[in-house]
Design a protein around this ligand. Structure first.
Ligand SMILES: [Zn+2]
Ligand SMILES: [Zn+2]
Length: 127
């Protein structure tokens, strides 16, 4: 069981069965909403429970997915593809120690030109 929250605490949750390996997304949308890259774990949506969702908002970020965020502090928290059972949960929102580690980098073709990814870390150009 891992717990997490947004920066102001108006969204708080706990998640069971989170994947141990994180995905780090380098696409321009993730970088724009988060300020840099967006790292996440994944879990079945029914394993995610909210103890506070007063601040939880959703917006359609594309024709195939939505993103969850805090309406008060602006923290980027979730990403969910339409119709999928799994939800992506922002690694940065989790309370440590998480025991998780980075598994792979995705959409590296789209990464910013202002940083490098360590060459030993698995990188996937698209997905
Ligand atoms: Zn908040
Ligand atoms: Zn992305």
């Amino acid at each position: 069981m891992i717990t997490g929250k947004c920066e102001c605490g108006k969204v708080e949750f706990e998640v069971e069965a989170a994947q141990e390996t994180l995905t780090v997304c380098h696409c321009s949308q993730c970088r724009r909403i988060s300020g840099h890259t967006w790292a996440c774990t994944h879990a079945p949506i029914d394993k995610l429970r909210f103890s506070n969702k007063d601040g939880l908002g959703w917006y359609e970020s594309s024709s195939f997915a939505r993103r969850g965020f805090c309406k008060f502090c602006g923290s980027s928290l979730f990403y969910q593809r339409n119709g999928q059972e799994n939800i992506a949960i922002a690694a940065g929102s989790l309370n440590g120690p998480t025991g998780l580690k980075v598994g792979k980098h995705i959409l590296v073709k789209d990464k910013g030109d202002y940083y490098e990814i360590h060459e030993n870390e698995p990188q996937i150009a698209c997905f």
